[in-house]
Design a protein around this ligand. Sequence first.
Ligand code: SF4
Length: 226
Amino acid sequence: MQHQLVEVYHKLLAAFGHQRWWPGETREEVIIGAILTQNVAWRNVETAIDNLRQHNLLTLKAINEADVSGIASLIRPTRFYNQKALKLKRLSDFLFDRYQGDLDAMFAEGVDRLRHELLNVGGLGEETVDSILLYAGNKAVFVVDAYTKRTFSRLGFTNEKWSYRAYQQFFMQHLDNEAELYNDYHAQIVRLGRAFCKKNVPECTPCPLSDLCLYCMSCLPQGCSG
Ligand code: SF4
């Protein structure tokens, strides 16, 4: 399986080029973006981040000192904005209470322990926490999302019903334990999911993975429409 996963990555890299994720200028912007991006398109997150920037609220210190309602009004384009404002506040509380606001100290923590701590910050799910660990902390933690589950189950490598953790272990057991690889691999999966491996009707003919995809091969005999 290691060979196939590496092959998939090289095909995506050849098709799309290095994705240079995460879109964000600072670690704090990455962390804030990781919380805001859940269940909403990235362009909405960009609008919310611009709003926070214009109001000097694009740091965890500023968020720590701001009202939840004020944050919520600025991140309104991201849906579930009241919940997300609370999550931002709770994460900043955690950072200041536990690490005196020092991100270096937080990311110096062992990755398993820090993951466990972040998952105990109210409302943060595994995808958000792992995005923070990988993209802000440069920790070798594979991020799983709906695109990952859909694409790799269609390829025939996994089962979409597997848990988040089972998916994560699948990748981490078969790939070299490198943050740089995990960083771009996840970004490539998102690019593929948006461009070709769409939820309802995947566009298989131009997809760079079509020659090794079980879903694509199984529909060819019936006359592929994708
Ligand atoms: S060939 Fe089709 S189903 Fe397979 S990964 Fe590409 S878009 Fe998805």
